[in-house]
Design a protein around this ligand. Structure first.
Ligand code: 5CA
Ligand code: ZN
Length: 412
């Protein structure tokens, strides 16, 4: 698919320490150690509704990773999918008497606009599930041929499932116990109670066509792919058997990333699929998780249409740590607005306090598991000094302006 337009990133002098990030699989903050090319797969949207602030916060967190790796001199190979065929999309289309293809195209177009407005750097490849179906089916066929996948014992719909025992590593990514896995599987699109499976947690790889459902021909019979294998195939085929980072919101820890790792690892024999599994906290509205089912969504496009400066959305969302579940409310918005105004006032001055020192602080905070609250506080301190005592360095305002742009994506 077409991505959105890239935005230019100013080059800064020098560089900071290696990026350390919390890895869900090992439950530790560990340094990332990419080669010349850093590889990152971040799960994309299911386009049945507009981008809300929860999605935005998640993509902003990975945008900071992208920006920081680039600042370290890496070539970042970033891949993102679009789940443009799945249950929720079909259900919404049915509810609204809409065509699922049109719905997906419309919401994906809006997502691109939102990302561009937020100055999120685009992935190098932005891949829809539908366009990837031949490669996904091929992966599933290989898993069947290797004995890692099997046909369900069901006379009507012998769908294809993967055996969770295939790698000997299942469970290493989420570290959840069986009851938690069963619960999340049930809540997040799995079918642990379906009869005929070898293990309740075995994930679906290929769903045979049901009457009235869209389907695609393949060596497995006409049907459509399961959700996790979509991301495994799109990631593997573009980034290779191991990636530096596999990311998404914390609701993707299980079953999505656990099963994606299972598929990829049983195909390639390489473990772990991702050197870091990085997960963002959930954004709520006034204390309640923002979700389509609760109907309490704040859409990026709505705020934009109301004239809100996207810098304010960025700064307000980055005010909390990416791993913390947090809320959006009027105060968060107002604090972001005030901050952006003060920052702008300070970088518009002719001179300022030491800019290089602030750039070092910004890099140090970001490298420390994306400590954006610390980074924002450091900018506030520089701004306070600039606005109260002024400073004597004529290069400082320009340096700070460039660093806010390059590292935080805030362009004043
Ligand atoms: N298409 C799949 C991934 S392959 C999917 O989860 N789509 S989504 O549209 O439901 O979510 C897109 C991304 O936003 C995911 O990483 C998800 O974890 C994240 N996300 C969803 N809701 C929130 C929220 N309230 N706060 C933070 N992140 C969220
Ligand atoms: Zn995914």
């Amino acid at each position: 698919m077409e991505t959105w337009a890239p935005t230019d990133v100013p080059a800064l002098e020098g560089s900071g320490p290696p990026l350390r990030l919390y890895d869900t699989a090992t439950a530790r903050v560990r340094p990332t150690a990419p080669g010349e090319t850093a590889t990152m797969y971040v799960c994309g949207i299911t386009p049945y509704d507009a981008t809300h602030l929860g999605h935005a916060a998640t993509y902003l967190a990975f945008d900071l990773v992208n920006r920081y790796w680039r600042d370290l001199g890496h070539d970042v190979h970033y891949v993102q999918n679009v789940t443009d065929i799945d249950e929720p999309l079909l259900e919404r289309a049915e509810r609204d008497q809409d065509d699922w293809v049109v719905l997906g195209l419309r919401e994906t177009a809006l997502f691109r606009e939102d990302m561009e407005a937020l100055r999120v750097l685009p992935p190098r490849q932005f891949v829809g599930a539908v366009e990837a179906i031949p490669e996904i089916a091929e992966l599933v066929e290989k898993l069947v041929a290797s004995g890692a996948a099997y046909r369900l014992d069901d006379p009507e719909y012998p769908d294809v499932y993967q055996d969770i025992e295939a790698t000997g590593h299942f469970g290493y990514e989420s570290n959840y116990d069986l009851d938690t896995m069963l619960q999340f599987s049930r809540e997040r699109g799995g079918d642990p109670d379906r009869p005929g499976k070898r293990h309740p947690l075995d994930p679906l790889l290929w769903r045979l066509a049901r009457p009235g459902e869209p389907s695609w021909e393949s060596g497995l019979g006409a049907g459509r792919p399961g959700w996790h294998v979509e991301c495994a195939a799109i990631g593997l085929n573009r980034l290779g058997p191991q990636v530096d980072l596999n990311g998404g919101g914390s609701d993707l820890i299980f079953p999505h990333h656990e099963c994606g790792a299972l598929h990829a690892e049983s195909l390639t024999g390489e473990h772990p699929f991702a050197r870091h599994y990085v997960h963002t906290g959930m954004i709520g509205l006034d204390g309640e998780k923002m979700s389509k089912s609760k109907g309490n969504l704040v859409f990026v496009s709505k705020l934009r249409n109301a004239g809100v400066d996207p810098n304010i959305i960025r700064v307000a969302l980055l005010d909390g740590h990416y791993r913390t579940d947090r809320s959006w409310d009027d105060d968060v918005h107002a604090t972001g607005e005030k901050r952006v105004a003060r920052w702008r006032e300070a970088v518009d001055l002719d001179t300022g306090p030491d800019g290089a020192e602030l750039v070092t602080k910004l890099r140090t905070h970001i490298a420390d598991d994306l400590d954006t609250p610390g980074a924002l506080a450091a900018v506030d301190a520089w701004v306070d000094e600039a606005l109260t005592r002024r400073g004597t360095d004529p290069a400082a305002p320009g340096q700070v302006r460039a660093a806010l742009d390059a590292l935080l994506g805030v362009r004043l």
